[in-house]
Design a protein around this ligand. Structure first.
Ligand code: PLP
Length: 508
C-alpha cells in the first residue's frame, strides 16, 4: 500500500487488504476498531520506535515518519512500564482511527459520490421543473407504421420515426440482414484498417458512391461519427468553415473538433452567409456546411443560392443529407437532386439509420482523395468497430430496392401534402415546406408534452420536442410521415390532433 496520506501507523499488517480494512474501520467505528488498530493489551507494550519523535508528531505529519509500514509494529518483548500505558494506547488508537476516517480514500470517494448525487439530482430536478424531461416509451414490436408500446393496449399508429420509406421492417430488408449475418457473422471484432473490412463493406461503399453519383464513399458506425470525423481530418488552421446556426448537433460537434476558423451564419440567411464568405476570403479553403433538410423544422437549405455563393467566393459545399437521402428529389437522391445542384455539392454525409433500412451506420461520399484521406485520418473510422454485417446487408438491400423502383418516393410526397394541408385547415401551424417532417408548433414545452401523451391515449404515437433539442419557447410535436402510412392513418392522426388540441386550448 502506498502512503496515500494515511501515515504508516494506519497501515494494516501486510497480509490484510488495505481497502477492505479501511472500509471496515469506517463501518465498525467507533465501537469495534479492527484488530490491527487495537492497542496490544495485555501483551507486549507499544513504544515509539527510534527515530520517531512522538506518535502524535508523525500522525500530524510534523515529526519524522518511520520509513515504511513494516517499521510500525507492536514492539515485542518490551513491557508497559506504567499503568497509564493502556489508557495512552487507547487514546492513541482513537486518534489513529480518526486519522484513518478523515483521510481514507474510501471515505473521500464516498463523500465525492454523495456530492455528485446531490449535483445530479439538482440538475435532473431542474429539467423536470422546466417541463423538458424526455422520457422514453418502450416499443415491444418491430418498427413500422403500426407498433406496440409497453403499457398501452392494442396497436398504435406511429408518426414519429425516421422510417420514411417504411424499410425498417420490410421483409426483403430483414431477409438480407439475416442472410448477411449467416454468411459473414455477427461482427468483425475490429476496426476497418486492422482486420475489419469485408467484401460487403467495400460493396456497400461502392453502391453508396454510385447512388449519389460521387467518386467514392467511406462507411462509419453512424452519421454522427461521419460528421465528427470529417472537419478535423480535412480542415487546418489555414482554412475556414461556415456553418448554418441550426445545423445538427453532430455537425456542430464535428466543427468544434477542427482547428479551422469558424463562422456561423444565421439560419438560411444568404445575406449573412455572403458576408461571412467575404470575411473568410483570406483563408486557404472555405467550406460551407449545412443540413440538407433541417430535422427540427422540416425546412430545406436553399442549396441553389448556397452553391451560387460558393462558386462566387470559391468555396466548397458540404451537405448533411440524413433527412433527405432516399426520399427527396425525383429518384430519392436527396436535396441536391431536388434542387438541381448535384454537380455543385462537393461532400455529402448521410445515414443508413433512417430511410435506408433504419438500422445504423453513416457515410461520407465525395471526391476520391478526400475519402482516401478520411481512411487515414478520421478518428471515428480509425478507432471504432466496423459496421456489423447484418447492418451492412440491410442497408445494401434498401439501396438496391430504391435504385430498382422509386414509386415509393412519389407516394410519400402525396401523403406529406395530405397531412400538412389538413392540419393547416384545422388551424395548426406546421413548420417547414413539403417535407415529411411536419412540426406542429405549440410553443410551450409542457403543452407539447401533455398533448403528445393524450395523442397516445388515442392510439397515435408522436413526441413533444422542447429545449434543449429546440430553442426555448419553440416547443412542438414533430410528426413524421412515412410512405407506408395509409391515407386513413393520416386522417386518423389529424382527427386526434384536433380533439386533443381543443381539449388543451391549442385550437379554439
Ligand atoms: N445529422 C442529422 C441531420 C441527423 O438528424 C442525425 C440523426 O438524428 C445525424 C446526423 C446522426 O445520424 P446517426 O443516427 O446516423 O448518427
Amino acid at each position: 500500500m502506498g502512503s496515500g496520506g494515511l501515515g504508516p501507523a494506519a497501515s494494516p499488517p501486510l497480509h490484510q487488504p488495505a481497502r477492505v480494512s479501511i472500509y471496515r474501520a469506517i463501518h465498525s467505528a467507533p465501537s469495534a476498531p479492527p484488530a490491527w488498530l487495537r492497542p496490544p493489551a495485555p501483551g507486549p507494550a507499544f513504544l515509539p520506535l527510534r527515530g520517531s519523535s512522538s506518535r502524535s508528531d508523525w500522525l500530524s505529519g510534523s515529526g519524522p515518519r518511520p520509513r515504511n509500514a513494516a517499521t510500525v509494529c507492536w514492539a515485542p518483548g518490551r513491557r508497559a512500564r506504567s499503568r497509564g500505558v493502556g489508557e495512552v494506547s487507547a487514546m492513541w488508537a482513537v486518534s489513529v482511527l480518526g486519522a484513518v476516517l478523515s483521510r481514507a480514500p474510501g471515505r473521500r470517494a464516498h463523500s465525492a459520490l454523495a456530492q455528485l448525487r446531490g449535483i445530479l439530482e439538482e440538475e435532473l430536478e431542474g429539467i423536470r421543473g422546466a417541463g423538458t424531461w424526455k422520457s422514453e416509451r418502450v416499443i415491444t414490436s418491430r418498427q413500422g407504421p403500426r407498433i406496440r408500446v409497453d403499457g398501452v393496449s392494442g396497436e398504435i399508429l406511429n408518426f414519429c420515426a425516421n422510417n420514411y420509406l417504411g424499410l425498417s421492417s420490410h421483409p426483403e430488408v430483414i431477409q438480407a440482414g439475416l442472410q448477411t449475418l449467416k454468411e459473414f457473422g455477427a461482427g468483425l471484432s475490429s476496426v476497418r484498417f486492422i482486420c475489419g473490412t469485408q467484401s460487403i463493406h467495400k460493396d456497400l461503399e461502392a453502391k453508396i458512391a454510385h447512388f449519389h453519383q460521387r467518386e467514392d464513399a467511406i462507411l462509419y458506425p453512424s452519421c454522427f461519427d461521419a460528421n465528427a470525423g470529417l472537419f478535423e481530418a480535412l480542415l487546418t488552421p489555414e482554412d475556414a468553415v461556415l456553418s448554418d446556426e441550426l445545423n445538427h448537433a453532430s455537425i456542430i460537434d464535428g466543427i468544434r473538433l477542427c482547428k479551422a476558423h469558424k463562422f456561423r451564419y444565421r439560419h438560411l440567411d444568404m445575406a449573412d452567409l455572403e458576408a461571412k464568405l467575404q470575411e473568410a476570403q483570406k483563408h486557404r479553403l472555405r467550406l460551407v456546411a449545412t443540413d440538407g433538410a433541417f430535422s427540427m423544422d422540416g425546412d430545406i437549405a436553399p442549396l441553389q443560392e448556397i452553391c451560387r455563393l460558393a462558386s462566387r467566393y470559391d468555396a466548397l459545399v458540404f451537405v448533411d443529407e440524413c433527412h433527405a437521402t432516399g426520399f427527396l428529389g425525383a429518384t430519392g437522391r436527396g436535396t441536391d437532386e431536388l434542387l438541381g445542384v448535384k454537380d455543385q455539392v462537393t461532400i455529402i454525409n448521410s445515414t443508413l439509420g433512417k430511410a435506408l433500412g433504419g438500422a445504423s451506420g453513416g457515410y461520407t461520399t465525395g471526391p476520391g482523395p478526400l475519402v482516401s484521406l478520411l481512411r487515414q485520418r478520421a478518428r471515428p473510422y480509425l478507432f471504432s468497430n466496423s459496421l456489423p454485417p447484418a447492418v451492412v446487408g440491410c442497408a445494401s438491400k434498401a439501396l438496391d430496392m430504391l435504385m430498382e423502383d422509386n414509386t415509393i418516393v412519389q407516394s410519400m410526397a402525396a401523403k406529406t401534402q395530405r397531412f400538412r394541408s389538413k392540419m393547416k385547415a384545422a388551424g395548426f401551424t406546421i413548420s417547414g415546406v413539403n417535407h415529411p417532417i411536419c412540426p406542429v408548433m405549440l410553443g410551450d414545452a409542457r403543452l407539447a408534452s401533455c398533448m403528445a401523451d393524450d395523442m397516445l391515449k388515442r392510439g397515435i404515437f408522436v413526441i413533444g420536442f422542447s429545449y434543449p433539442v429546440v430553442p426555448k419557447g419553440k416547443a412542438r410535436i414533430r410528426v413524421q410521415i412515412s410512405a407506408v402510412h395509409s391515407e386513413e392513418d393520416i386522417d386518423r392522426c389529424v382527427e386526434a390532433f384536433v380533439e386533443v388540441g381543443r381539449q388543451h386550448g391549442a385550437l379554439p
